[in-house]
Ligand binder design. Sequence first.
Ligand code: FAD
Length: 470
Amino acid sequence: APVIWWLRRDLRLADNPALAAAVANGTPVIPLFVFDTLDEDLGAAPRLRLGLGLAHLGKVLERLGSRLILRRGPAADVLAQMIAETGAGAVHWTRAYDPQAIARDTDIKDQLKGQGIAAKSFGGHLLFEPWTVETKTGGMYRVYSPYWKSVRDRDVDGLIAAPSRIPAPAQWPASDDLDSWRLAAAMRRGADVVAQYCRVGEDAAQARLAEFLDTRVADYKQDRDFPAVDATSGLSENLAWGEISPRRMWHHGLEARRAGKSGAEHFLKEIVWREFAYHLMFHTPHILTRNWRPEWESFRWSEQENEQVDAWRRGQTGYNFVDAAMRELYVTGKMHNRARMIVASFLTKHMLTHWRIGQQWFEECLVDWDPASNAMGWQWVAGSGPDASPFFRIFNPDGQLEKFDPKGRYQSAWIAEGQANPPQTALDFYRATPLSWELSPQDTRAEPFLDLKAGRARALEAYGQRELPD
Ligand code: FAD
């Protein structure tokens, strides 16, 4: 009987334990992607990026004599239907760790097992399963450094090669046409622009890793905070959709460290920040929706929609670092890590706006959207998260600009106003943004709507008045 390889956020053939085990079964393998009810909640950019990833993988599978079958609907129903149609005897998938996916997958496993179908979930999205990392007293880690120390010397299994062929069934089940899902539609004008900045697929991801480790990792530690420098791996977009395994990044990173490349250790540590985010989401899933530290629930963040929040989203705060970053996000679907921290600090501190508003905008706009890293990132900056930056550390966006964009390259890459010949990146913002925003490169530059000093004082005052235990 065939095995259904149920793909989710693991759009790769190499180092994919769920696929490898399906192929090892020796029977036909049916690759299936279900646009499940949970996927209906995806933001516009993640949805676009998913579509690009699926289109790419479909072609790769065809070259191997296989196919990607696409179906839409509640995963439990679709799987039951597929089993009835194909006579499949097993379903394999790569685990997900957000609470909704866990609940769905647990139900599906029970249901399939009840029908005598071998339902098997595999690791692959993470280096370390969240429940395998424990403190000496048996609890979860709440602080990054001890988490890092406890995992850094662990043995990590070797990589699994991509199968050279994937046995096809005698008859293929019907598939939806990907175009009919209209995954780019929610992007309105931005789809083509954002797509141009994406690097899609497993080969591109592996090339990117090799290029990073050959040419950039040595200076990674010094340069990774400068948003105009191409100093980081850029792999978050591929990791988010499973086009590369964290294990591949880990093993190649270890190799670079052994070869004496100085930034390699730091790169490994960043990969483990992602692991830590998943550890937190698994053990304390409320990090996704509520202040991780309950004492912050009484803090007076505003959740009002208003012109200032819109100005933040649209890159019109009048502060160059914030606006350059928000435009980079809208145009590329990504934002430099330092810039993510600056815009998050500006929103949650100078603007005293709830981090959830920012989290949701990122969820709408990021092609590398990851529920765990996004929630941890926002709560880290806001001060309400585990191992967080203290609330009173308020980034001054202008001071940060002097430090991390001394030559103004980041600003001029993204802010067209006032430039005689703005670069294409800055102009792309006007190709991508909705017409209803009524923006033009000929506009005069937005005036700041708040004073940095006053905003800082107001944030500190709110913090001083909070009812938080020390
Ligand atoms: P590199 O510097 O090359 O790092 C390699 C990998 O390590 C990254 O791909 C990523 O998987 C991991 N990593 C690096 N920094 C972090 C970090 N601070 N937290 C967790 N993992 C990290 N990252 C996402 O992938 N998706 C998100 O939705 C996301 N939202 C964020 C929101 C906020 C407010 C903040 C402050 C950070 C967020 N990050 C998120 C983390 C980080 O900004 C990105 O992972 C990083 O910028 C990706 O670029 P890169 O792949 O070139 O990273």
